[in-house]
Design a protein around this ligand. Structure first.
Ligand SMILES: [Zn+2]
Ligand SMILES: [Zn+2]
Length: 266
């Protein structure tokens, strides 16, 4: 038993030592690059006119750090279960070659996108909204630090199924799970970065219209009844929950339409 505790502690510290500095470097790096160094150059790509106050950024950063600690803690359970032989499929899939490697990454991201869309819609309707998701919506005007500014329960719900269950059901090499984690942290931080960085077509729509953009998710923070999607736009489109002004807002933020002040969402 004491061996197990020591092992769990070591795995936890190792995970924290990797995940925490990686998240801090990413969030602070995005903030420094976009909000400080390139602030003037990117002026026309700022989604909102207003800039959130420093106290909001500090609070978001601390709550995001807490979520990252929860992610690192979840992976201790996964590591111990893996050692006990709970994930034979993951071990077997490691030898299935590059085609399955990338296919399993795509499947995992598609699965997470569907899960987040429906979980997100449920959290907004749930009578537990205040405990599950309210903290994230304290960020009316998001920043690079808002991505994981979650209530405790939300941080757990976001992580647990893909950390614990997915590798038990779908043969997913462990390296794919690591890439999956990296993808979600980078995309989520960029979705909240406050600037529209994706390339726009001449008609004002995104080149990759099937991917969510920072403007897409920014609209959710301004109008919580729309744009529940995480990585892809199709669930919002199939379910009729995409904000009707998305393309107009996107075009303005991407600097395609005539520059005019972006109206503050209600
Ligand atoms: Zn958000
Ligand atoms: Zn929400």
């Amino acid at each position: 038993m004491s061996h197990l505790l020591i092992d769990a502690g070591q795995i936890w510290l190792l995970n924290l030592a990797i995940v925490l500095p990686a998240y801090v470097a990413l969030a602070v790096g995005v903030w420094l690059l976009l909000w400080v160094l390139l602030r003037r150059a990117l002026q026309r790509r700022k989604i909102r006119e207003a800039t959130p106050p420093a106290r909001q950024l500090r609070s978001e950063f601390l709550y995001s750090l807490r979520s990252v600690v929860i992610f690192a803690t979840s992976s201790v359970g996964v590591a111990l279960l893996a050692r006990a032989g709970a994930y034979p499929l993951a071990d077997r899939a490691a030898g299935w070659g590059p085609a399955w490697f990338w296919a399993s990454l795509g499947l995992m991201i598609l699965g997470q996108d569907a899960y987040i869309y429906w979980l997100h819609r449920w959290m907004h309707r749930s009578r537990w909204y205040r405990r599950l998701h309210r903290r994230h919506h304290f960020s009316h005007n998001p920043s690079p630090f808002s991505g994981y500014s979650f209530d405790l329960a939300e941080a757990f719900l976001m992580t647990a199924p893909f950390a614990y269950l997915w590798p038990a059901i779908v043969p997913t090499p462990w390296a794919v799970s690591l890439l999956f984690m990296g993808h979600q942290i980078v995309r989520n931080t960029l979705l909240h970065c406050g600037y529209e960085l994706t390339p726009a077509r001449a008609d004002g729509r995104p080149w990759f219209d099937w991917l969510t953009t920072s403007t897409h998710h920014d609209l959710h923070h301004g109008h919580a009844g729309y744009n529940f999607a995480a990585w892809f736009t199709w669930w919002d489109r199939w379910m009729g929950t995409e904000h009707p002004e998305y393309y107009a807002r996107y075009a303005r933020a991407a600097g395609v339409a005539a520059a005019s002040p972006v109206e503050q969402p209600a």
